[in-house]
Design a protein around this ligand. Sequence first.
Ligand code: NAP
Length: 259
Amino acid sequence: MDLGISGKRALVCASSKGLGRGCAEALAAAGVSLVMNARGAEMLEAAAAEIRDRYGVDVRAVAADITSEDGRASVLEAADAVDILVTNAGGPPPGSWQDWQRENFIKALDANMLTPIALMSELMPGMIDRGWGRVVNITSQSVRAPIPQLGLSNSARTGLTGYVAGTARQVAEHGVIVNNLLPGIHATDRADQLDRDVSEAQGISIEQARRKRQEGIPARRYGTPEEFGQACAFLCSQHAGFIVGQNLLIDGGGTNLTV
Ligand code: NAP
């Protein structure tokens, strides 16, 4: 399918590996030029070079912490007037409700709610002026069904979801389309870390921890960054112009919901 976005420009945050990289790859495959970002320069430069070589699109790499004001400023300078924004950052650490103090919440809100909001605030006015834009926020299945030990993530990401629900409906008339993608478990370093944590906590092997988690997913496997990226590219495509303010679960059926 021709996504109709060849020649557009995108900023894909937190994209040297994992889900962000999957999104960057799929957009590049559709002919979109990229600004990629992550904190670690080496892996980011390597990912940018691979994508540039594979798809022949222009790729700029900006090594910066997207959750800090300075980091965002340097990313935004490179992104300038992008047509497509994919927001992403690392998730907050797990824990229990008694552990979390004000500063833990401020950090989580900054990373997973206020950072995507700041990026949208900066980049959407230009999209509105040009009459076309696409925003995809990578959130989590936890906004539909909370994961108790990820209370910091549940709190910050549902805050972002509330903001998007209203804002998407204010900007749609200008051709700017905003949606959220909600990953379930995907085979990335983050999932490996979760499996390692379970293996240590329960005294089982990492393979056993993985199999146990996969048994709880109707598709009986983890998702891949590639298929996640394809869904992102579709939401950024010309065909997605009537999909406004939605929260699309990509979780192999893992979140047990009727609607
Ligand atoms: P990942 O494989 O660990 O990749 C994270 C990427 O983000 C890396 O490129 C990392 O590079 C970059 N990054 C992290 N913090 C950053 C920051 N402050 N500024 C700029 N770049 C940053 O993680 P993932 O699995 O793709 O997860 C992406 C997001 O989806 C996370 O918020 C995660 O909580 C959420 N999620 C993931 C899953 C899953 O199963 N994978 C499920 C639900 C939700 P550097 O470290 O070099 O910065």
